[in-house]
Design a protein around this ligand. Structure first.
Ligand SMILES: CC(C)(COP(=O)(O)OP(=O)(O)OC[C@H]1O[C@@H](n2cnc3c(N)ncnc32)[C@H](O)[C@@H]1OP(=O)(O)O)[C@@H](O)C(=O)NCCC(=O)NCCS
Length: 169
């Protein structure tokens, strides 16, 4: 486990969500859950590197579930979320994933817009899902797309060269 990655991941999680995961939840995913894939995205500016993106994906047979995903607030709305997700989804193709699932807060229109761009559609909802405010979760899924589909997102923005994505183990 790379403890430096974990500190940055925890700090992004705290900044991005009202109910961040406790440290032991990330530790469990890193150390014990062989079905978990943890990703970080590093922003590289000249010689400086900063982790600005994190995601946890669970693999269950031929399905993937997005456990969490966030971009550091200072780097949101610049195309990084889309870049990061496109890269992760393209990696799922090699794991023979056929469908991707997620839950998202009903009020999180930014994330819902992002997921719609990747072909996600609403399957249903779970009322009272989020403990902090009782908000409804929207359930979304999409069949996995072709690598060409994801490639279009990867080359779409000029920020691409600055974002390095790597799996943490
Ligand atoms: C949701 C999140 C991952 C999106 O990442 P991002 O880097 O900010 O998004 P991008 O700049 O790549 O934008 C991708 C798409 O998201 C949507 N989007 C981004 N900002 C938006 C805004 N202010 N209003 C509406 N839609 C927006 C758009 O569909 C956009 O595509 P477009 O640029 O063609 O319009 C990021 O905002 C985040 O970490 N939010 C907090 C944590 C969170 O909500 N995670 C998701 C939990 S399910």
């Amino acid at each position: 486990m790379d403890i430096n990655d974990l500190n940055s991941v925890l700090s992004i999680d705290k900044l991005a969500f009202p109910n961040p995961w406790p440290v032991n939840a990330f530790q469990y995913e890193l150390e014990n859950n062989t079905n978990a894939r943890l990703w970080v995205g590093e922003f590289q500016n000249n010689s400086e590197k900063q982790i600005i993106a994190m995601a946890v994906i669970w693999i269950i047979l031929d399905e993937a579930h997005i456990g969490t995903l966030a971009i550091h607030p200072d780097f949101q709305k610049k195309g990084f979320g889309q870049q990061f997700l496109a890269f992760i989804f393209s990696q799922l193709i090699s794991e023979s994933i056929v469908r991707i699932f997620l839950e998202v807060r009903q009020s999180n229109s930014i994330a819902i817009n992002l997921y719609r761009k990747f072909g996600f559609e609403i399957d249903g909802e779970r009322k009272n899902y989020y403990r902090d405010n009782g908000e409804t979760a929207i359930l979304m899924s999409t069949p996995i797309k072709s690598s060409d589909f994801y490639k279009d997102f990867l080359i779409l923005k000029e920020v691409d060269d600055n974002l390095i994505r790597r799996e943490i183990k």
